[in-house]
Ligand binder design. Sequence first.
Ligand SMILES: C[S@@+](CC[C@H](N)C(=O)[O-])C[C@H]1O[C@@H](n2cnc3c(N)ncnc32)[C@H](O)[C@@H]1O
Length: 171
Amino acid sequence: MTNEEFKNKIIKVGTFFSGIGNPEKAFNRLEEEGYIVDYKIEFFSEIDKNAIKSYCAIHNIDEKFNLGNITSIKGSDLPYCDIWIGGFPCQDIFVAGKMKGFDYESSTRSSLGWEMIRLLREVIIKPKYVIFENVAIIAGKKFKDTLDLFKEDLKNLGYTLYDDLLSVVLV
Ligand SMILES: C[S@@+](CC[C@H](N)C(=O)[O-])C[C@H]1O[C@@H](n2cnc3c(N)ncnc32)[C@H](O)[C@@H]1O
């Protein structure tokens, strides 16, 4: 995503596993700091009722924009967005959990990340950009085979992939 590309454009954003909407807050900051003109939350997807209430309060948005459980969403439900973001559940990847992983159709909570790939296949106009976020160990040896398949699907959908390990500093 370049500054030029979005200089005069309202960026349409959709998130899955939205929680309280940290990525949305980042867009807010990009706007405040003049990197983008504006952004609009087209939809979010969350099932936890406390997170939903917090999300709506923090982002000043009506609950009707919550599409709910990702497994019930169809591609045709989704309005066009420039970018999708999904920090899918990490319980089965994280060291403190049982590390059951996120194999396709394994029914672990972390395997819900594949639902975003299903929706990318189903949606009429794909988002130009998609960001997946998870814990660093997802890129380790234990999950390499699953992550490779995940990336392969994204490549087959036409995306160029970039990944990075970020250290977050809260200020
Ligand atoms: C790792 S957290 C993501 C946190 C989020 N990025 C934020 O900024 O707060 C994963 C979220 O996925 C939600 N979730 C779990 N299963 C879901 C499902 N089937 N559909 C939609 N959201 C789900 C959880 O309630 C949780 O808030």
